[in-house]
Write a protein that binds this ligand. Structure first.
Ligand code: 4AD
Ligand code: MG
Length: 431
C-alpha cells in the first residue's frame, strides 16, 4: 500500500493508503473505534468498524493506549464532519511499539510537569504547531536575506570578550587560554565580515546569563543578525521592518493551519505592513507620561513601558535614539545630540515587547577606544575590533532579531519557553 503523510491526505481521496504514526486519542463504542492518529505532519481520524476488520484487529484496538506506535491502512474518505475534512476507513492495523501509562493525558497538567516532560510534550498538537511555525520563521528569515544579496557568515560561539554588557556572560574554561565566554551576539564579527563582504548575516544560538525570571528571557536563544557596510540607522530601520513584514506574511500564508490550532487571532497579524510608526525615545517618554506612567528620562524602557507604548499602535513600532548611557558601547552617537545613540528597538504589538535591537556603529577608532575604556572592557580583546576602524572605516549598521520573541508573538504565546523545543532558563536546563 502506498505510504501517505497526513498533511498530504487530500491528494489521496478515494485511495487506499498506509499511515505510520502514533495513537493520539481513542473513542470506542461496541462496534466502532475512532482513532486519532498523528504522524508528525498532522492529525487524522481513523475509523475502524467491526464489520470492516478481522475480529482480532478490532480487539487489539480495544486495548490500544495513548502514544502506541501504529501503522494503519485504509481508504481515504472526504467527510465534512472530520476535523481535517478527511478520515481513514481502516482495514488493517499493526502495533509497532507499545506505550503504557503515557504521562501527558488530555487533562490539565501544571507547567513544570510539562516542562519536565518536554521531550514528550512536543508531540502534542499545540506544541508541534508552534515548532512548525518556528521552522517557517527561520526559513522566511533565511530566504529574506539570501534573496537580497546577503552572505551568511557564521560567527563563533566561544568568544574572548563581551558583546552586550559584562553582566550576562557565561564563562567556560578554555584549556590554557583562560576563560572563554559563550557568545551574546555575533555582531562584532559581523562588522568585520561586512567590511569584507558588504552585506552579511549570522544566524545561530546566543547566550545570556539572565538572572531574572521573566516570560521574555531565555538563557539560550536564537538570533539572526544582519550587518551592512555604508548603511545608516534609517537604512537599518527600513531593513528591519521589511524583514518583519516578510516573516509575518510568510507565516500567515504557509502556516494558517497551525495558527488555527493555536487559536491565534490573525487579523492582528494581517495589519503588520510597512511603514512602521517611528517614535523617538523623547516622544516615547512623552507618550508614557500622557498615559500616566511614572518614567524618568534617561532610563531604559522596561517590559511594562514597552507594553504601554506598543498598545498605542496597530503594528510594530520602531523606537529610536535612546540615551547612549543605557545602550551598548559600540553605538554611534547622534551628531545633533551626542547624548543619544543612533539606535532602534522594534517593539511588537499586543504587549510582546522588543523583538529587534539595532544601531549604527561607531566609525571612529578614537571614540570607540574611549567607549571601550569607559565600559571597563579589556582593550587587548578588542584590538581586532578596533582594526575595522583603522583600515578603511565606513558608517555601518545592523540589528539582531530574537527568533523566540517573534515566534511567541506570532503564535500568541504567553511565555518564550514554548517557542523553542528545549528551553534553557535560570532554573531549567533539562531535558
Ligand atoms: O537588543 P539585543 O541585546 O541586541 C544585540 O545583541 C545586538 N548586538 C544585535 C545587533 O545589533 N546585531 O538583542 C537583540 C534581540 C532582542 O531584540 C530580542 O529579540 C532578543 O535578541 N533577545 C532575547 N531573546 C530571548 N531571551 C533573551 N534573554 C534575549 N535577549 C535578547
Ligand atoms: Mg535590546
Amino acid at each position: 500500500m502506498p505510504i501517505a503523510y497526513i498533511e498530504d491526505i487530500a491528494r489521496h481521496e478515494g485511495e487506499q493508503v498506509t499511515i505510520r504514526g502514533w495513537l493520539h486519542n481513542r473513542r470506542s463504542s461496541g462496534t466502532i473505534h475512532f482513532l486519532t492518529v498523528r504522524d508528525g505532519t498532522g492529525f487524522l481520524q481513523a475509523v475502524m468498524s467491526k464489520a470492516n476488520v478481522e475480529p482480532d484487529v478490532f480487539t487489539l484496538a480495544d486495548h490500544l493506549s495513548q502514544e502506541s506506535a501504529i501503522v494503519v491502512t485504509g481508504q481515504v474518505r472526504a467527510d465534512s464532519r472530520a476535523p481535517g475534512g478527511f478520515e481513514l476507513e481502516v482495514t488493517t492495523l499493526q502495533v509497532i511499539g507499545e506505550s503504557h501509562d503515557y504521562p501527558i493525558t488530555p487533562k490539565e497538567h501544571g507547567i513544570d510537569f510539562l516542562l519536565d516532560r518536554r521531550h514528550l510534550w512536543i508531540r502534542s498538537e499545540r506544541q508541534s504547531a508552534i515548532l512548525r511555525v518556528r521552522h517557517e520563521v527561520v526559513n522566511a528569515v533565511r530566504d529574506f536575506f539570501n534573496s537580497r544579496g546577503f552572505i551568511l557568515v557564521d560567527t563563533p560561539i566561544f568568544t574572548p570578550s563581551a558583546a552586550e554588557g559584562t553582566t550576562t556572560l557565561f564563562p567556560v574554561p578554555y584549556f590554557d587560554l583562560g576563560t572563554a565566554y559563550l557568545t551574546q551576539s555575533g555582531q562584532l564579527y559581523n562588522e568585520a565580515n561586512a567590511a569584507a563582504l558588504g552585506r552579511v548575516y549570522c544566524f545561530g544560538p546566543t547566550f545570556r546569563a539572565e538572572k531574572s525570571k521573566t516570560r521574555r528571557h531565555l538563557t539560550e536563544f536564537w538570533m539572526v543578525e544582519p550587518e551592512v557596510a555604508y548603511a545608516t540607522l534609517d537604512d537599518t530601520i527600513e531593513l528591519a521592518e521589511q524583514l518583519v513584514v516578510a516573516v509575518v506574511e510568510r507565516v500567515l500564508d504557509k502556516r494558517s493551519r497551525e495558527l488555527k490550532v493555536l487559536q491565534r487571532d490573525t487579523s492582528r497579524l494581517e495589519r503588520v505592513k510597512t511603514p512602521f510608526p517611528r517614535v523617538s525615545y523623547d516622544e516615547a517618554v512623552k507618550i508614557l507620561h500622557d498615559r500616566g506612567v511614572n518614567f524618568e528620562w534617561g532610563n531604559d524602557l522596561g517590559g511594562t513601558d514597552e507594553t504601554v507604548l506598543s498598545e498605542q499602535f496597530d503594528r510594530p513600532v520602531a523606537v529610536h535614539r535612546y540615551p547612549a548611557a543605557v545602550k551598548a558601547f559600540y553605538m554611534e552617537p547622534d551628531p545633533e545630540r551626542p547624548e543619544l545613540a543612533l539606535c532602534v528597538d522594534v517593539l511588537a504589538p499586543e504587549g510582546y515587547g522588543e523583538i529587534i535591537g539595532g544601531s549604527q556603529r561607531i566609525a571612529d577608532a578614537d571614540l570607540l577606544l574611549e567607549r571601550i575604556r569607559q565600559h571597563n572592557l579589556p582593550q587587548e580583546a578588542f584590538e581586532w575590533y578596533l582594526d575595522i576602524r583603522r583600515y578603511g572605516s565606513v558608517p555601518h549598521s545592523g540589528f539582531g532579531m530574537g527568533i523566540e520573541r517573534v515566534v511567541s508573538w506570532l503564535c500568541g504565546l504567553d511565555h518564550l519557553r514554548e517557542a523553542i523545543a528545549y528551553p534553557r532558563m535560570i532554573y531549567r536546563m533539562s531535558p
